[in-house]
Design a protein around this ligand. Structure first.
Ligand SMILES: Cc1ncc(COP(=O)(O)O)c(C=O)c1O
Length: 483
């Protein structure tokens, strides 16, 4: 394109002034973030003010913060500075959002450029091309292994799940029932809170959505009975649901690695058996990749499991910065079904495209990719910790609602689980708080047994960071155990 063929808006973004301004900002960013190289305790003179901030935040939202976390606005890769001046390893990243860590130059550059647009937000009625560029990149990747052809952008995971559900209902003549796995999580709109399998998330909500729950793959039982038997149990369960309510199901929502549910996954054969049944019965196969996207050993987890031929809809979010519902032509809805004032901010859309390109071009995937290497380093560190402190790692108590996983360490790729203290809710909660005090931010998953979970910023982490992270984890677990 020659200079004459570009719009004034494009010239502004490519102008010397914009470039110089960005260069100055990024140089400053580099200088300041270079100060954050180690875990640090809170600064004494900031402790009181920090407690006051926490109290103000709690008062504003009507409930104390779950974690004593308020960011200062600066970080360096996997390290983040809090408003009390402490520096910590961030191994949970806003529950999986900040895959490129804190104060990433590339992301900040894109966000600033996106923010120089004429409006803060893009919308469905009036928009720049940014949300569609994001959609095109995503669809190009999805199209390599599936029939997904279209993409509708929205601002949160729960919203893109709502949109996917509408597409399923409309395509299947308003068949009212939804099938999901026990322990699934889908977001917190009125409908998603009903479908998600956590009693606490639907207290006080009238139940208007018809949901059937399927048992997830029982990894520990499969060790005893063999995989085939577990598949047979699940298939029979699904067929029983379909016999009970013939022609009343619009979709089966699959979380291929259960996120909130405990970082459990299953072999390809398990999913294929259930997806085949869906196909035979004309039920949409919808894969919720809001937590898995980008993070396993393939960009889409369904690709890693070789399930692309089955998927009718996929939802993505978190690390993509804006969220999306992808769907095949058969699910393309009539006019009026999907819209909203906003799609996303200019900064978020541009950042989303940058994330997708970085994932695509960055040697992340495959058995030797960066993500697999990090998972290997995580497992090695956890196994060394278990060997050093077997007293913290007794057998997982399986006498609870959900089946226990087969081992003390697990997950897939950048979804990492370790299971100390027998999966006890109280002890895992204690461990989380102690680890935070010792300089590493983690979170839990599972509904009993409970586990420690990491969604680390593998886009910026180095393999040599792992021993430093685990030094904090070890101190935190020791504190929790009272040793
Ligand atoms: C699998 C899954 N689906 C949906 C959601 C909801 O996404 P959001 O919190 O952005 O609404 C989440 C969030 O954790 C999730 O893990």
């Amino acid at each position: 394109m020659t200079r004459q063929n570009v719009t004034v808006g494009e010239r502004l973004l490519a102008s010397v002034g914009t470039e110089q301004g960005l260069a100055a900002m990024l140089a400053s960013l580099r200088e300041y973030k270079a100060e954050l190289t180690e875990v640090r305790p809170p600064r004494e003179e900031l402790v009181e003010g920090y407690a006051a901030l926490m109290a103000r935040a709690g008062k504003a939202r009507g409930r104390a913060l779950l974690y004593p976390y308020i960011g200062s606005g600066l970080g360096n890769g996997a390290l983040v500075e809090l408003a009390d001046g402490s520096v910590k390893w961030d191994m949970i990243c806003g529950i999986g959002v900040h895959f490129f860590g804190h104060s990433d130059e590339g992301l900040i550059r894109e966000t600033v450029l996106g923010s120089m647009g004429d409006t803060v937000m893009h919308g469905n009625l009036q928009s720049g091309f940014e949300p569609y560029e994001f959609s095109e990149i995503l669809l190009e990747e999805a199209g390599k292994g599936s029939r997904l052809e279209h993409c509708f952008v929205a601002a949160s995971g729960a919203l893109v799940n709502e949109n996917a559900l509408k597409l399923c209902y409309q395509k299947h003549n308003a068949a009212p029932r939804v099938i999901v796995f026990q322990d699934c999580f889908m977001g917190r709109t009125v409908t998603m809170s009903q479908i998600g399998d956590a009693a606490g998330n639907r207290i006080g909500l009238p139940l208007s959505t018809l949901v059937d729950y399927m048992p997830f793959y029982d990894e520990a039982a499969a060790v005893e009975t063999g995989m085939e038997r577990q598949i047979e149990i699940a298939r029979d369960h699904l067929l029983a649901i379909l016999r009970r309510y013939p022609n009343q199901h619009s979709c089966f929502v699959f979380e291929l690695v259960q996120g909130e549910g405990g970082f459990r996954t299953a072999p390809r054969e398990f999913f294929v058996a259930l997806m085949e049944v869906c196909r035979e019965h004309g039920i949409a196969v919808w894969v919720d990749e809001i937590q898995t996207f980008g993070r396993t050993t393939s960009m889409f987890a369904y690709d890693g499991l070789g399930l692309g031929e089955y998927v009718d809809l996929v939802t993505v979010g978190k690390m993509t910065q804006v969220c999306a519902t992808l769907f095949t032509e058969a699910y393309n809805p009539g006019p009026g079904l999907l819209s909203a004032t906003f799609t996303g901010s200019g900064g978020a859309c541009k950042a989303g495209s940058y994330v997708l390109r970085s994932l695509r071009d960055g040697n992340y995937y495959g058995t030797d990719g960066r993500i697999a290497q990090h998972h290997g380093a995580f497992v090695a560190q956890t196994e060394a910790l278990i060997a050093k402190h077997p007293e913290w790692f007794g057998p997982i108590d399986s006498g609870r609602l959900s089946p226990a996983p087969a081992g003390l360490v697990g997950g897939w790729g950048g979804m990492m689980r370790l299971s100390p203290f027998g999966g006890s809710k109280e002890m895992v909660g204690k461990a989380l708080r102690a680890c935070m005090e010792e300089g590493v931010i983690l979170f839990s998953c599972g509904h009993g047994p409970y586990h420690l979970r990491m969604l680390p910023p593998l886009g910026v982490m180095k393999l040599e960071d792992w021993p430093r992270v685990f030094a904090c984890v070890e101190r935190g677990l020791a504190k929790a155990a009272g040793s």
